[in-house]
Design a protein around this ligand. Sequence first.
Ligand code: AP5
Length: 219
Amino acid sequence: MRIVLFGCPGAGKGTQAEFIEKRYEIPQVSTGDMLRAAIQAGDEIGQKASALMKAGQLVPDGIMIDLVKARIARPDCERGFLLDGFPRTSAQAVALRENQVTIDALIEIVVPDDRIISRMSGRRVHLASGRSYHIKYNPPKREGLDDITGEPLVQREDDREETVRHRLDVYQEHSAPVIRYYEQWFAQSPEAAPRVMKVDGLGTPEEVRERIFKALGEV
Ligand code: AP5
């Protein structure tokens, strides 16, 4: 199965990706995690991405397309993959199509903007793995520590309220059109285009998970 997980910042993509990864036995390809790893490593991509991410801006399409092309060519993606955070511009969606990367389904997790701010202010992440928690809605077993490794959790630099608001604006301008692109393509040729399925992202993570599994069961 080749799946795209879509939704605004904080919609719960990373949280749901963990469930989908296990259920379908496919790797999560999170472009945000890949960029954060590049920043940690201090490599060329990390140096280019660092200031943009801190400001809540998108990293240039060319960099992102090359990164994802290389990642999904690796052997663990042969049976499928879960794209989390890509494509998030129309140019990235076009690049997937031009490279004949077929996608079975695009799941859009829908959460209103006013719920996003509280989710983000309470988010804590384990940077090495990308696992994310929420101090109230999805707490780790031991406060401030990752469930699997026991390592400390941190707050992401781009989770400050004003940066989150800017990320939501960037999402509306650059990412929302990706849905329209896929819907138009599906209307023209349903046998080739991925199905866009909208899932309500409110409720507990487990409730959202069940909605996503139900939608994927129809593909
Ligand atoms: P990225 O890391 O992809 O961030 P994002 O898309 O903005 O999404 P987030 O990771 O912030 O949120 P999420 O939807 O995964 O939510 P989560 O599950 O953590 O990208 C970061 C940056 O990298 C971008 O701004 C850009 O600069 C760059 N970038 C990445 N990809 C790019 C691309 N393709 N092109 C260009 N630039 C790119 O949940 C959020 C919080 O809510 C957590 O605390 C969680 O525990 C909690 N939560 C989850 N579900 C629920 C629930 N049901 N109820 C209550 N709380 C919940």
